[in-house]
Design a protein around this ligand. Structure first.
Ligand code: WT7
Length: 649
């Protein structure tokens, strides 16, 4: 824990959307009188029918039921577009920056974005997509990705965005789970000068899907890379959209109708389809975007997250657009063609607010001179990070150097499941501590529990739970409500369990210590060790594989794999390549291992359970506190693993 303190910056405080007193008063009301608080907050979005019932939630795992604004009616796309048109139709909604620095940017005003959304929405209708259908999006970071999300929302279809870094196998699993009728993709995406073969991957994924739910694939010509074409199934985006009417009445949705599904990894089983609904999600993302990023009408705001992740959904699309913000969208990687690119984009578009991830900061810091040389970043007023713990050195560099010492950093803790930010400082309100997500946002009641579920008070470490519902939280797992209850509400009765550990300091500030389950966070990408292990176990040479995380300078956490081969198989460079390829095929390039260690045996208890705690220690090159190994079936395994570990470094 860093002891450095960064007091509130006076210039930020003076113009902040919230004072310390207001935060206190509003927070208290949000906890003590949620019905009154959220009824008032709900007014910040437009409803066709304003809700009369506000909170109706039950965290008891046997009667789990979460409803917010349940008799309210609205449309998310209407709130992100139509609502701003009368006064701000010409305002920039989106400015897109290509991967290549020499390619021209593209701008969409709110009016233009609305027109494009309506045209696609009408196109989708003409293809037979209706309310409640699940549409899979597998898109590069281009305006059409946002347009497709909002077009789905407009007609009441449920989007399921799959990150472009997932493999055809992973995509196939998600398409099948949602029984999608339609996939929207592009010929390819561009990242760091390289093509990402999206259409090709969709073709492969659909060949893998057992049932053919998918009737059509809508393909945007973006890079003009050559693709295979299946005329009965594939439809060219502009063939569908051009000539459609720019008028499309937004479907009147119930507050608790699903808005989207987004898959995320847990400690067991296949990725879960996290279901978010319309009213609560929109109110929560709109409110949190407004206060956490201190949104001003003439801001240029840039959330760097890919729309394939929850951060992209909540803070690159729904939160900012519902608030009428002008957003930057960038297709490429932050250090292409060189580390100065990120700063040059900030200067070019005069970005005021930047929301990024610790892994990006660490990568820039590693080439700091280059990152800072070609740009000055004077337009910046506020910085944000999300997705993983930020180490104090990176925080301080980001603050002092990147932000020129003027911009407070909002270290926001949250999850795919929470829909929006849960713990965060607020601009002009909170004293900052590098590495701490500080305090709860409105409506959030965090607590730390010991392993037996006892509430811990004062300065302490514990399991981070949330004691009561908030509007942005997930409502279910697609097709498996029981799994929803079991996963999040059974560890600590009556509480939502985050699976994160945290420390609370003397000031009541929270410091996330990381996952306490078997979930890895690699460059902010969440991965279940069980998923990786089951992929590896599918390889004929593998008898058993155990995957753990270990500290990594840039990625935060790296992937460390112990592999035991079946008898008669021998470790070789070829096999190593094959195992890497297996992970790439089953999950995608984001699951690229950092270390593979051959192990003739793994440390197991007498009942056969792998002791991951010991494997994590060995991977971290930390042998001092291995703990009690006498309960192992064969304690000598440990010494052998340590010797082998030392030999490969
Ligand atoms: C996991 C959730 C932030 C939303 C995007 C990621 C870790 C997230 C922080 C933070 C420390 C963080 C947690 C959490 N995490 N934000 N500010 N400090 N850790 O959502 O993919 O669902 O991952 O990311 O471990 O459980 P996600």
């Amino acid at each position: 824990m860093s002891s450095t303190r960064y007091p509130v910056i006076e210039a930020v405080r003076k113009q902040a959307n919230l004072s310390a007193e207001q935060y206190e008063a509003m927070y208290q009301q949000s906890i003590n009188d949620p019905d009154v608080f959220w009824a008032e907050i709900a007014k910040r979005i437009e409803w066709n029918h304003f809700p009369t019932k506000i909170k109706n939630t039950n965290f008891d795992k046997d009667n789990l039921d979460i409803r917010w604004f349940e008799d309210g009616q609205l449309n998310a796309s209407h709130n992100c577009l139509d609502r701003h048109i009368a006064k701000h139709g010409d305002k920039t909604a989106l400015v897109w920056e290509a991967d290549s620095e020499t390619e021209a940017s593209r701008k969409y005003s709110y009016q233009q974005l609305l027109d494009e959304v309506c045209k696609l929405a009408n196109g989708l209708k003409s293809m037979g997509i209706t309310r409640g259908d699940i549409v899979t999006l597998y898109m590069p970071m281009v305006p059409e990705a946002t347009i497709a999300m909002l077009a789905c929302a407009r007609i009441g279809a449920v989007h399921s965005v799959v990150f472009g870094g997932f493999s055809p196998e992973a995509l196939a699993g998600r398409i099948s789970d949602g029984k999608s009728k339609l996939v929207i993709t592009a010929d390819a995406g561009r990242r760091g000068g390289k093509s990402v073969p999206l259409k090709h991957n969709v073709d492969d994924a659909l060949a893998l899907c057992k049932a053919d739910y998918v009737q059509s694939v809508l393909v945007l010509r973006h890079t003009n890379d050559e693709v295979n074409w299946y005329p009965k199934r594939d439809v060219e985006y502009h063939t569908l959209v051009d000539g459609q009417s720019t008028a499309c009445v937004a479907e009147n949705m119930n507050a608790e109708d699903p808005l989207f599904v987004l898959y995320t990894s847990g400690s067991t089983g296949q990725p879960k389809g996290v279901v978010h609904t319309t009213g609560g999600y929109l109110v929560y993302t709109s409110l949190s975007h407004h206060y956490i990023f201190d949104h001003k009408a003439d801001d240029t705001y840039w959330c760097m997250a890919d729309i394939g992740w929850i951060t992209g959904h909540s803070y690159a699309v729904y939160g900012p657009l519902s608030n009428g913000a002008s957003c930057v969208m960038y297709e490429g990687v932050p250090n292409y063609p060189d580390a100065g690119r990120l700063g040059r984009i900030i200067d070019k578009h005069q970005v005021n607010v930047l929301y990024t991830a610790p892994t990006v900061i660490r990568a820039l810091m590693a080439t700091a001179d280059e990152a800072l040389a070609s740009n000055h970043r004077n337009s910046l007023r506020l910085l944000g990070t999300a997705g993983e713990p930020i180490n104090p050195e990176s925080w301080i560099w980001f603050f002092e150097k990147f932000g020129n010492g003027r911009c407070p950093i909002m270290d926001t803790w949250w999850q795919t499941e929470t829909g929006g930010v849960m713990l965060t400082p607020l601009p002009g309100v909170t004293e900052l501590k590098p590495g701490s997500a500080t305090k709860p946002f409105f409506g959030i009641q965090p607590a730390l529990l010991d392993n037996e579920g006892k509430v811990l008070t004062g300065a302490t470490n514990g399991n981070l739970v949330i004691c009561d519902s908030w509007p942005g939280q997930m409502r279910s797992i697609l097709g498996d409500h029981q799994r929803f209850a079991d996963t999040y509400f059974s560890s600590f009765a009556g509480n939502y369990f985050s699976s994160d550990g945290a420390r609370r300091d003397e000031d009541g500030d929270y410091w996330i210590t990381g996952r306490v389950d078997d979930v890895l966070n690699v460059s902010g990408h969440r991965m279940g060790t069980a998923e990786l292990e089951s992929a590896l176990a599918g390889h004929p040479a593998v008898a058993e594989a155990a995957v753990v995380g270990f500290p990594h300078n840039i990625k935060g956490e790296g992937i460390y794999i112990y592999v035991t081969l079946v008898e008669g198989q021998h470790a070789s460079a070829e096999l190593l390549t094959e195992l890497r390829q297996t992970l790439r095929t089953e999950i995608g390039p984001i699951a690229s291992p950092d270390v593979i260690q051959w192990a003739d045996d793994l440390p197991k208890t007498r009942s056969g359970k792998i002791m991951r705690r010991i494997l994590r220690k060995i991977a971290a090159d930390d042998y001092d506190s291995l703990g009690d190994i006498s309960t192992l079936a064969d304690p000598s395994v440990v010494a052998r693993l340590i010797d082998e570990r030392r030999a490969i470094l």
